[in-house]
Design a protein around this ligand. Structure first.
Ligand SMILES: Nc1ncnc2c1ncn2[C@@H]1O[C@H](COP(=O)(O)OP(=O)(O)OP(=O)(O)O)[C@@H](O)[C@H]1O
Length: 274
């Protein structure tokens, strides 16, 4: 039976019958906020944003975990330089991998022999694995659990929204994607599933001129009108910059500039959840 006391949805759940609650909440875990990071399509920087957000929250003194729900294309371990680590499986559950700063991380790559072993599974097995990452991993006490979703509005995104008590989702997009139907679809999916959309981060929004203050916009996407119409806040715009690429190539600990660029976005997310 679900443990309602530690469930982040306990205040939203209303008079839902406890016995019929779909959420198998591990009583060992006490997670205050679960934030899904979503994108309409692949390669827009969703995993990079998940890692920047998690690290910035850690820097602010919160207890944070990352659940890599991108089962067939997990990139979180590599972004954190943890690709050689493996999770420990106990009778009582799975101990996540700890980054140097104490960030707790769970990814399928921590359970396979080699990082490049492909996962050739059908949708229901993938969805079941994501569920287990929520129910069987010993997250213990967390202020924030960041869930890096696979791109799009497929099976796994649906499972996460159905079985995990998400506090809200953050949508990542790039400018030319923003005005397209794809992002609107992802936003509409979250709304249909009664999941709050905390806002949109426009990634690769501009390039900063190295010699002046000019921000060079490469695309003409009209974000603000689009978001105003959809009543969704813009959490921030991130430039296309080497310091953010360095998160992937050199690890988060070498990306101070990227962390500085991201901080206002973290602050807005924290405020949204107050
Ligand atoms: N603001 C940025 N400036 C420069 N490069 C970036 C930026 N954001 C992300 N990238 C790069 O873009 C690539 C894709 O990023 P990432 O893996 O985070 O995307 P994703 O949306 O999670 O992809 P996937 O669809 O595989 O889940 C990476 O090489 C990353 O370093």
């Amino acid at each position: 039976m679900a443990s309602c006391e530690s469930c982040p949805s306990k205040d939203k759940c209303g008079d839902k019958d406890r016995d019929n609650c779909m959420i198998e909440n591990n009583p060992i875990n006490d997670v205050k906020h679960i934030i899904g990071v979503m994108s309409g399509k692949g390669g827009v920087g969703k995993s990079t944003v998940s890692v920047l957000l998690a690290h910035d929250l850690m820097k602010k003194g919160y207890k944070v975990g990352i659940l890599d729900a991108d089962i067939t294309g997990p990139s979180i371990p590599r972004l954190l330089g943890l690709q050689d680590k493996r999770a420990t499986i106990l009778e009582t559950g799975i101990i996540p991998v700890f980054a140097d700063n104490g960030l707790k991380v769970m990814s399928l790559n921590f359970l396979v022999d080699e990082e490049n072993t492909p996962v050739i599974w059908r949708g229901p097995i993938i969805a079941g694995t994501v569920k287990q990452f929520w129910t069987d991993v010993l997250w213990e006490e967390l202020d924030y659990l960041i869930v890096d979703l696979p791109p799009g509005t497929g099976d796994v995104a649906l499972t996460v929204m159905q079985v995990m008590p998400l506090t809200g989702v953050v949508m990542v997009s790039v400018p030319q994607d923003m005005v397209s139907m794809i992002v609107a679809k992802a936003i509409n999916m979250a709304k249909k599933m009664n999941v709050d959309v905390l806002g949109v981060i426009e990634n690769m929004s501009y390039i900063q001129c190295p010699d002046c203050d000019t921000q060079i916009k490469m695309f003409d996407g009209d974000i603000k009108t689009f978001l105003d119409t959809a009543h969704i806040p813009l959490l921030g715009e991130l430039p296309m910059t080497k310091s953010i690429i360095n998160v992937a190539s050199q690890g988060i600990n070498h990306s101070d500039e990227a962390m500085t660029l991201f901080e206002p976005i973290t602050n807005k997310i924290i405020k949204e959840l107050e």
